[in-house]
Structure formats: structure tokens, C-alpha cells
Design a protein around this ligand. Structure first.
Ligand SMILES: NC(=O)c1ccc[n+]([C@@H]2O[C@H](COP(=O)([O-])OP(=O)(O)OC[C@H]3O[C@@H](n4cnc5c(N)ncnc54)[C@H](OP(=O)(O)O)[C@@H]3O)[C@@H](O)[C@H]2O)c1
Length: 276
């Protein structure tokens, strides 16, 4: 029951209405009987939003587009990963002290390690935006070799100056993509409504590849359909979303997240999204 002791957690973004986090977290609180609530707030000004949430002692704040970088300016502490990646997706409030964390890399690496080892593997990261930064950070931490491919090659080059990656390329350099073991799409290509698009041609995907697409609307993107058709192993973006939600839940509540209930809540929310 919500009462005057209820702890508030939320997601801040612009827009925020598309977020599936409230469904996942609230089901988790209910499953464990925790007096918490999770809401989604749209805000254009992360500085004001964080000042307000600090004042009312909100416990946990998930941060999404476009505030992931800017939010770092308005917290008291920044963890090593968030500092290195240059973005936060999770802020913890310990009695007025705000700590910025990045769990995007943790959730992506967990999704990958369910199906493949990473140490020494050649990875083609497609994209050079915020999600790419987090995933590259995680891949390098795991001892993988990273090649970055991007529409704007200059953006990929900037990342190789920050992270010890092997090289930067355009998305057209498909022979180098084929030569990798793991292909990870972090671009928004293939997302609804452009579901017929893929960031790379089907012919550069081989049966020995592991292909991970972090886009989750739709779950089966064109890239993943192409990969499945040749018999490659695939990982859907839903996994990263789920593992990210579980990690945030544990940071906010200090309790082990109820995996099954939160997974089912996310699946229901994704189905509703596809129907609507
Ligand atoms: N599954 C999850 O939990 C999860 C978590 C985070 C993000 N995501 C998804 O990941 C995607 C990227 O998010 P982000 O935060 O990294 O976005 P971002 O910082 O805006 O980066 C977007 C990337 O996509 C590339 N791109 C955009 N349109 C393109 C096009 N038409 N052709 C080729 N490349 C294109 C951009 O290339 P340029 O540099 O050339 O502009 C850039 O590399 C989104 O779809 C988001 O929903 C999923």
C-alpha cells in the first residue's frame, strides 16, 4: 500500500512515456512486498529535476535520453564506469548524496556472456553513440578486441582516442565486420517504424557469428532475422533491458530482484507496445 513511508524511484527523460521501467520495477516491488513505487517523469531540465528529487528524498533515479551525459554535472559522486563512459543511466540517493552509476555496460555484457565468452574475441560494434560507449567500455574490460563502425566515421575515431579499441571504420567496410566473431548493433537503425532496415547487408553475416541487437522495438529486427536465417546465434535487445532493470532494482532496494516476475512484466509491456 502506498503511504507516507513509500520510497520513490523514477525514470527521468524527454520523452518518458515510452519507458517500460515502471512496469518492471513496480511488479518487482509487489512481488517482494516492498513499500516502493516507480514512476516516469518527463523533464526537459535535468538540473531542476535532480534538485527536486534530492529535496524530496527520492531513492533511485533512472536517467534516459537526452539527460545521460548532462546529469553527471549535477551529482555529488560518479562511479568509475560512469566517469569513464561519460554518461549515467542510474542515480542513487543516499540521504541527499547523489551518486551517478552506469549499468548499461553491465547489462549488455551479461546478455553477451549468456551465449559467448568475450576474452580475446573480435567484436564489431556498429554505432558510436551513448550506448556504444558503455558497451565498448564493458567489452574492453572483458578483454575483447573492439572495432568500431559508424555512419559518421569521425565519431568512431573519437571513441578510439578514448578507449583502447583496435580501429574505426565506416559501416561499408563489411569485410572487416565479417572477419569479427561478434557483431553488436548499437545504432538505432531497424527500430520502428524503419523495421525493414539493417545497419549492414545480410551477406556479411556468417553462421559462426554471434549477433546482438540492442534495439528492442521490434524484438526481431531485420539484422537479427538475417542472422537467424544463416544460422548465427542471436541476442535480442530485451535481454539488456531486463538485466539493466534487475541491476537498478537491486541498487535501489538492496534486495535481490525477482527475476521471473520482472521478466514476465517486461514481456507483457513489450507485447503491449507491439500491439499499440
Ligand atoms: N536494449 C537496451 O537496454 C538499450 C539501452 C540503451 C539504448 N538502446 C537503444 O540503442 C539505440 C542507440 O541509443 P544511443 O543512446 O546510443 O543513441 P545515440 O547516442 O543517439 O547514438 C545513435 C547511433 O546510431 C547511429 N545512427 C543513427 N541513425 C542512423 C542511420 N540512419 N544510419 C546509420 N547509423 C545511424 C548514429 O550514428 P552517427 O554518429 O553517424 O549519428 C550513432 O552511432 C537506440 O535505439 C536505443 O533505443 C537500447
Amino acid at each position: 500500500m502506498i503511504d507516507s513511508h513509500t520510497k520513490l524511484c523514477c525514470i527521468i527523460g524527454n520523452p518518458a512515456k515510452h519507458s517500460l521501467s515502471p512496469q518492471m520495477h513496480n511488479v518487482g516491488y509487489e512481488a517482494l512486498g516492498l513499500n516502493f513505487v516507480f514512476l516516469a517523469f518527463q523533464s526537459m531540465n535535468i538540473q531542476i529535476a535532480l534538485a527536486g528529487l534530492r529535496e524530496i528524498n527520492a531513492r533511485g533515479i533512472a536517467v534516459t535520453i537526452p539527460h545521460k551525459v548532462e546529469a553527471l554535472k549535477f551529482v555529488d559522486k560518479i562511479d568509475e564506469a560512469a566517469g569513464n563512459i561519460g554518461a549515467t543511466n542510474t542515480i542513487l540517493n543516499d540521504n541527499g548524496i547523489l551518486t551517478a552509476i552506469n549499468t548499461d555496460w553491465i547489462s549488455a555484457i551479461r546478455a553477451l556472456k549468456k551465449v559467448t565468452d568475450l576474452k580475446g574475441k573480435k567484436c564489431a560494434v556498429l554505432g558510436a553513440g551513448g550506448a556504444a560507449r558503455a558497451i565498448i567500455y564493458g567489452l574492453i574490460k572483458e578483454g575483447a578486441q573492439v572495432n568500431i563502425f559508424n555512419r559518421t566515421v569521425e565519431h568512431a575515431k573519437i571513441l578510439t582516442e578514448h578507449f583502447p579499441a583496435n580501429g574505426f571504420h565506416s559501416l561499408e567496410q563489411t569485410d572487416i565486420i565479417s572477419d569479427c566473431d561478434i557483431i553488436i548493433n548499437t545504432t538505432s537503425v531497424g527500430m520502428t517504424p524503419d523495421m525493414e532496415k539493417s545497419p549492414i547487408p545480410a551477406k556479411c553475416i556468417l553462421p559462426r557469428h554471434v549477433v546482438f541487437d540492442i534495439v528492442y522495438t521490434p524484438l526481431m529486427t531485420k539484422l537479427l532475422k538475417d542472422a537467424k536465417n544463416v544460422g548465427a546465434k542471436i541476442i535480442t535487445g530485451e535481454k539488456m533491458l531486463l538485466y539493466g532493470g534487475l541491476k537498478q532494482f537491486e541498487l535501489f532496494t538492496g534486495k535481490k530482484a525477482p527475476f521471473t516476475q520482472m521478466k514476465q512484466a517486461l514481456q507483457r509491456a513489450l507485447q503491449n507496445k507491439e500491439i499499440n
